[in-house]
Design a protein around this ligand. Structure first.
Ligand code: AMP
Length: 145
């Protein structure tokens, strides 16, 4: 299973929620809560990732600094070195990248532009659906229908 198949199976697969680096951490937290997601790609133009901000970053800074961090900018607390994936990367390789890097989100890049984002939940769901289909096909072969 490839990243492009995981994206295709995802409702709104090509939509990536981004936030400007100059937005406040409070604005980012409000957006994460409203959209019920765990991370935002930080970008000025919507297609070039400058960083990534996840709920983990906000929790870490609230723990360190207290609520004053909510008035800081996203750029101050985001992760700058963003790992990405490509449409033709295999799901197992993506899971390995996420496990080794200890993160749960990967922007999908094609020709220098971000075309989607996959979370560990999207990959696991796609693998479970694939296994269920394989099981059904095998049962069909064994039962002869
Ligand atoms: P997550 O598990 O995705 O909520 O993120 C855990 C930590 O990894 C946070 O500090 C994020 O900013 C960072 N992070 C999330 N996704 C990525 C990524 N694709 N590349 C680099 N760092 C990331």
């Amino acid at each position: 299973m490839l990243v492009k198949q995981i994206l295709a199976a995802k409702p709104g697969g090509n939509e990536v929620l981004t936030i400007a680096p100059g937005a406040t951490v409070a604005e980012a937290a409000a957006l994460l809560a409203a959209r019920r997601i765990g991370s935002l790609v930080v970008s000025e133009d919507g297609t070039t990732p400058l960083g990534i901000l996840s709920e983990r970053d906000i929790v870490r800074e609230v723990g360190r600094q207290g609520s004053v961090c909510l008035e800081r900018t996203v750029a101050e607390i985001m992760t700058r070195n963003v790992s990405t994936t490509r449409p033709d990367e295999d799901a197992d390789s993506v899971l390995r990248k996420m496990t080794e890097g200890r993160f749960r989100h990967l922007p999908v890049m094609e020709e220098g532009r971000m075309i989607g984002l996959i979370s560990i939940g999207d990959v696991v769901k796609a693998r479970i659906d694939e296994l269920a289909m394989e099981k059904q096909a095998l049962e069909g072969m064994i039962m002869g229908h």
